[in-house]
Design a protein around this ligand. Sequence first.
Ligand code: NAD
Ligand code: UFG
Length: 334
Amino acid sequence: MKILLTGGTGYIGSHTAVELLENGYEVEILDNLFNSKKTVLDDIEKITGIKPKFHEVDLLDMPAVEKVFEEGNFDLVMHFAGLKAVGESVEKPLKYYENNVGGTINLLKCMEKSRVKRIVFSSSATVYGNQGVAELTEEMQTGVGITNPYGETKHIIEELLKDVSESDSEFEATILRYFNPVGAHSSGFLGEDPNDIPNNLMPIIMKVSIGEIKELSVYGDDYDTIDGTGVRDYIHVVDLAKGHVAALKKMGPGVSIYNLGTGKGTSVFEMISAFEKASGKKLPYKVVERRPGDLAEMYANPNKANQELDWHTELSIEDAMNDTINYLRHIEKK
Ligand code: NAD
Ligand code: UFG
């Protein structure tokens, strides 16, 4: 089976490429390298022995995407490509709607033209908005109370996929709602290496630990949680990548939706302690105001993916911290 990974040189796409290649799938990657580097292809080769065919193409460049499909003969698309900086999406909404929604429309048009009927889409727990409860299940109503344009684009794309599915009974879409991906490949070759200043907790912890950022700002310690800091469901990126392989095996007509998370919440202070324990170093931080739009606590109910996909997370926060530190050593040496 031949699979096109849009955004496949990015953090989650590259880990998924490794899992797919190790399971015998043929992989090609399309990415505009906006938030990733071409050297990731060499790193994938170091782990798997295979260097995927690469198309440096922007999804907004319709003729170029069409060409990739004309030559590709793909069986399925995994669609990771997208912009993901929540704060930037508030300042530049048009850029986010154009890139994420516009890019997906172009992709779906090319898929239609080339009669590629199967897609796995990288959605996010952000589509749940504020449900008033921390544990999130797939059947909850989505799209209400999303606080930023990035999250809106994920919700719109989910609706778009449902509408395309209504119009074509052969269309198969699997929507994967990721919780908070962390960690790196145990080889140390792949990890999260954003091209610009990150705004998620784990990449900021990484930059603080190597001295690129002075200290971590903890956004509030007065939430109604175990220690007052925000609680999230941090999932090891390799477990997340394996979730894609599991989802692929169970695809069928219509739209299927799965949470990919561990089912367990971890606070910011617990994340800091886990990093300090793994690295043996203190992590400088200060507590500041809450970040607007943040929820106190959210975590997945992963039962549907556990049962229907026969997929379970296997790696812990400690594994994620150890793998992150190993990856940091690798990139420091480069
Ligand atoms: P990433 O930025 O590392 O990877 C995304 C890749 O898409 C990048 O390599 C980027 O260059 C590419 N890209 C962006 N716009 C493109 C375009 N128009 N044409 C071609 N390539 C383009 O991000 P990631 O963390 O690997 O996330 C992958 C997907 O998962 C994204 O859709 C993201 O929204 C979603 N997601 C991520 C998280 C997270 O916390 N990392 C959580 C939930 C959902
Ligand atoms: N946090 C800090 N300081 C920081 C960054 C984050 O204290 O510098 C805290 C946040 O307040 C939150 C937790 O760490 O409590 C996690 O924050 P992230 O920004 O890493 O993650 P979010 O859960 O806010 O958002 C992420 C992605 C979204 C995605 C969402 C749900 O950024 O794209 O997870 O999956 F939609």
